[in-house]
Design a binder for this molecule. Structure first.
Ligand code: FES
Length: 165
């Protein structure tokens, strides 16, 4: 269990030191030193890192991905025809021009391959068995019974792409 600095301070304020020593004896000192070790592990940088832009170019809040299009990992999406297989979000993302970026699942609806995707001539191709989808996610050719790619809402705001799954 991690104890933050504020919780520890609050605990010490409300307990009162003399009552605390009487009640807990030496065990107080041992548990206090464990708490100190835990506090040392939580740096200010670590606390703020959770809620700020990361070095990987995206943040995720529930099912919403906020992607920095200026980050080298995503800058290919700034030009028409640029695309990316975004494994952390299990997505295929493509710039189809006219300031429109689309996002789809990277889980192939045929048999679930995720990492064999290619993109050319405005189509996605799954390398596992050759399924072909257009840049709207519609299946063009595939083994029998294969449906379209699930698509997600993708909105561009300045140099940020927000994808909601
Ligand atoms: S899993 Fe993609 S074509 Fe079979």
């Amino acid at each position: 269990m991690k104890i933050t600095k504020n919780k520890r301070r609050e605990f010490l304020k409300t307990a009162g030191s003399s009552a605390l020593f009487t009640a807990l004896g030496t065990s107080f000192f041992s548990s206090c030193s464990e708490a100190e070790e835990t506090i040392d592990e939580i740096s200010d940088d670590e606390k703020t890192e959770e809620n700020t832009e990361t070095s990987v170019g995206f943040t995720v809040d529930g099912s919403v991905y906020t992607i920095d299009l200026n980050h080298p990992s995503f800058s290919s999406l700034k030009i028409q025809g640029g695309w990316k297989r975004f494994d952390q979000g299990a997505m295929l993302i493509v710039n189809v021009g006219q300031n429109i970026i689309r996002a789809f699942t990277s889980v192939c609806p045929h048999a679930g391959c995720r990492t064999s995707w290619g993109y050319s001539n405005n189509n996605f191709r799954c390398g596992c068995h050759g399924a072909l989808f257009n840049n709207q996610g519609s299946v063009l050719s595939a083994p029998g019974g294969t449906g379209d790619l699930d698509s997600y809402t993708a909105v561009i705001e300045n140099n940020t792409l927000i994808v909601s799954k």
